[in-house]
Design a protein around this ligand. Structure first.
Ligand code: CA
Ligand code: CA
Ligand code: CA
Ligand code: CA
Length: 313
């Protein structure tokens, strides 16, 4: 390395001093005067505007203009013409006239590769400099639910903690086409102003799966339907950049056999399943004729007028 270092020093200092026609000058032309890796690697945001500078200066030794032109620069491997080269400034620009550099599907442009070919006009030697432009994802897409609404029916006897909904699994929930965290989905239950109790009735068991469990007991005799708003948000690292979508999960309560037989009509005690029976009163006159129908059933046990309450027992 000592040898190479000295040679480089010699060449570099030679370049500063030499005339374009000298031998030493012809050796350094077209080479990079910067250190670091041989390829030029830069990163830009997707959907950057047309004309965005990709590489400020290629840092290639030489001069492309007369007088004293020593090199010429051309762009190779420039598929789809995403890049424009300004040889004088050795600058690369994005060319996205009439289109968008979209990193997301269906275009999915994640990188652009071009070569800057430098021809040493004095000795005819050609050096190719590779340029790699990495396209960085922006969070420019919101999650999208695959259905406009979702539905589930749950028996009122299901205990708290029962998983009642797994309908977001297998790509049936929300999908976000961005890359990495920008495209990862988390689910949450939102407060529904039109159905204020709905968000208390259930909760999300796991934000990533969106599986929903029962948080409160259902009561068919009290309420048969809930409208639950489910939110999907992506996981963009910077919170204000996060994007969301919502859908409605309709929960129908199915009747379970949770009541004993009862006399009807009866009056339900508010917020319970208890039923106050309606009292029937029957007045039985003093019985003297034991040959009658009722009389034979009572079989002589009642001899005086009385009243009886009939209840569900
Ligand atoms: Ca995009
Ligand atoms: Ca997104
Ligand atoms: Ca994106
Ligand atoms: Ca019931």
């Amino acid at each position: 390395w000592q040898y190479e270092g000295k040679l480089l020093l010699l060449l570099t200092s030679a370049h500063l001093l030499c005339s374009p026609f000298s031998w030493c000058c012809q050796l350094v032309e077209c080479k990079l005067y910067r250190g670091g890796p041989p390829a030029t690697i830069v990163t830009i945001d997707e959907e950057s505007p047309n004309g965005t500078i990709l590489v400020e200066n290629m840092q290639i030794n030489g001069r492309v203009q007369n007088p004293e032109q020593t090199i010429s620069l051309t762009l190779l491997r420039n598929y789809d013409y995403w890049v424009i080269l300004d040889p004088v400034l050795q600058r690369l620009y994005l060319n996205s006239t009439g289109r968008v550099l979209d990193r997301d599907p269906p275009n999915s442009i994640t990188s652009i590769g071009v070569d800057v070919q430098c021809t040493n006009e004095k000795v005819g030697i050609v050096i190719v400099h590779e340029v790699r432009i990495l396209v960085r994802d922006k969070n420019d897409n919101s999650p999208q639910f695959q259905q406009s609404s979702y539905y589930v029916a749950v028996n009122e006897l299901s205990p708290i903690g029962t998983t009642i909904f797994t309908g977001f699994s297998g790509n049936n929930g929300a999908i976000d086409i961005d890359d990495g965290p920008n495209g990862q989905i988390e689910y949450a239950i939102q407060y529904n102003p039109n159905d204020p109790l709905s968000n208390r009735t259930v909760r999300v068991a796991s934000a990533l799966s969106g599986n929903i469990i029962l948080a409160e007991r259902l009561n068919y005799e009290e309420r048969t339907r809930y409208f639950i708003i489910v939110q999907a948000n992506d996981r963009a690292p910077y919170l204000p950049n996060q994007r969301t979508a919502t859908t409605t999960l309709t929960l129908d309560v199915l009747d379970g056999d949770d009541l004993g037989p009862m006399f009807l009509p009866c009056v339900l005690v508010s917020n319970t399943r208890d039923c106050i029976p309606v009292f029937y009163r029957v007045v039985i006159p003093e019985l003297t004729d034991f040959r009658g129908c009722l009389g034979s059933w009572l079989n002589g046990r009642i001899s005086k007028a009385s009243s009886y309450h009939l209840s569900n027992t």
